[in-house]
Design a protein around this ligand. Sequence first.
Ligand code: FES
Length: 102
Amino acid sequence: MCSGRVSPHFILKAFQEGVDGVLIVGCHIGDCHYGKGNYITAKRIAVMKELIKFIGISPNRLRLEWVSTSEANKLARVVTEFSQEITELGPSPLKPMKLKKI
Ligand code: FES
């Protein structure tokens, strides 16, 4: 419902499960329906980028964008660009490896 609801736990769990990237999209600053959710998210994601960098994940694998419901073209562009960037980065270093059967 709000970008402020995206707990750091959700992000870390996603990377732990092997996702290649996490894109969080929130309302523009000042437009949060719940007041300060996107302010909290902006601060939180800055810290999360440092944290994932510390554990060996490129901070580019985590992105925060502000997109309103009337900006469908922007959302499409953001998703396309992020997908391309993640493809260029390759699989997450935390992606679980499949073991070969002997
Ligand atoms: S409702 Fe809070 S960021 Fe959109």
